[in-house]
Design a protein around this ligand. Structure first.
Ligand SMILES: *Cc1c(COP(=O)(O)O)cnc(C)c1O
Length: 384
């Protein structure tokens, strides 16, 4: 066991204690009988899918949820045996993988339903399927009037088990919940209509992170926690009543320190020129790692607990910072891109604000080239 990471000097620390704290804190605000789904799509929002899934299940998650069939396959290969729901579109030719891996797909086409039934019959299995209802996100899923005939068709197909009906909120993260209530009313209406036709929906689910925190009437039988697992709030309007801890810190090290004379130009296209003698540090993180190029001459990193400005263009593999403000900076010192250092902090939210995006995109941007260093009690337990 060790606390120092001696791999590539650019890495993401993943704090599994914080993750498990978040799972427990979110679980505490849903009814005990409601199941907890950990949304680990997109490599767990950039945090590392397998390590996150393992820690989330250990802390009390019941389901894993992904977008694509391939993400589900990856979870099965890693040995996870819990229910895995795929939330995205699966074309009929993915039916074989779905059945072979025992995934629970969201089925929105007759074509996929028939292909699943065929594969399931061949394999002597039954496939649990969920249906998505579009209550107003305007994206994917059956429209309210389409659901009942569609589900009626599904329940007649052998080897398929219609298990769940779900919907997704458009603006649960806004202070004004009226549109969410409208979506819930449509959802309830459809449930009642199915019931009137003798169809029981075993697992009803609607809540994303914002709804878990701010819309208790949306919890039903299962919730789908994404960004909140990772210690981030969906928006500034989501209440802070559930205390979340950020899970990811993105770090690097000083690769080279130099003092350049006045008039020196930094990085491609010479967009920064030193006005005086300047101490600069080269940091081996670039846009291929997820430090987006739009931060050129804009963002800050932390060195020695101080904010140091990025100067010149962010390159594919490196960037340069002005460390005049940190006289004791030295070679191989830790550099923080996202996270805390000696009382100073740069959050994913701050970066998102600077870039005109949301915290989701900031962590998803951390690329496959960056090692994920999973920690418990500060100790490294796994590297992915
Ligand atoms: C991604 C996703 C979620 C998780 O949303 P968060 O806002 O990150 O909690 C929930 N449901 C569906 C359908 C999703 O695609």
């Amino acid at each position: 066991m060790t606390t120092e990471f001696h791999g590539r000097p650019t890495w993401a620390d993943i704090d599994l204690d914080a993750l498990q704290h978040n799972v427990r804190a979110l679980r505490a605000c849903i009814p005990p009988a409601t199941r907890f789904g950990a949304v680990v799509k997109a490599n767990a929002y950039g945090h590392g899918m397998e390590g996150i899934a393992r820690a989330a299940l250990e802390a009390g998650a019941d389901w894993l949820m992904v977008n694509t069939v391939d993400e589900g396959v990856r979870l099965r290969r890693a040995g996870f045996t819990c229910p895995v729901l795929t939330l995205g579109y699966a074309p009929h030719w993915e039916a074989e993988k779905i059945v072979r891996c025992g995934l629970t797909p969201t089925v929105n086409t007759r074509q996929l339903a028939l292909a699943l039934a065929r594969e399931a019959r061949t394999a002597s299995k039954t496939v649990n399927v969920h249906v998505k209802l579009d209550t107003g996100l305007g994206r994917f899923g059956q429209l309210p009037e389409e659901v009942q005939p569609f589900v009626q068709m599904l329940v007649t197909i052998p080897h398929l088990n219609f298990e769940g009906l779900w919907t997704h909120f458009a603006s649960a993260d806004e202070a004004d919940k009226s549109y969410s209530h409208q979506q819930l009313a449509i959802y309830r209406h459809v449930l009642a209509n199915l019931e009137a036709h003798g169809i029981v929906v075993g697992i009803r689910h609607t809540a994303n992170s914002a709804a878990i925190i701010d819309l208790p009437e949306s919890h039903f039988d299962l919730v789908r926690a994404g960004v909140s697992l990772y210690g981030l709030y969906t928006s500034p309007q989501v209440s802070r009543r559930v205390p979340l801890k950020p899970v990811m810190s993105l770090k690097s090290r000083i690769a080279r320190l130099r003092t350049l004379p006045a008039g020196s130009t930094i990085s491609y296209n010479r967009t920064y020129i030193t006005g005086k003698e300047t101490r600069v540090a080269l940091v081996p993180i670039g846009y291929a790692d997820g430090l987006v190029r739009a931060l050129s001459n804009r963002g800050c990193l932390l060195v020695g607990g101080r904010r140091v400005p990025i100067i010149g263009r962010v390159c594919m593999d490196q960037c340069v910072v002005n460390v005049d403000g940190v006289p004791d900076a030295s070679q191989d010192d830790e550099v923080v891109v996202i996270g805390a250092q000696k009382g100073e902090e740069i959050t994913a939210d701050e970066l998102a604000g600077l870039l005109g995006t949301i915290n989701y995109e900031v962590t998803c941007n951390v690329s496959a080239r960056v090692p994920r260093v999973f920690r418990r009690g500060g100790q490294i337990i796994e590297i992915a």
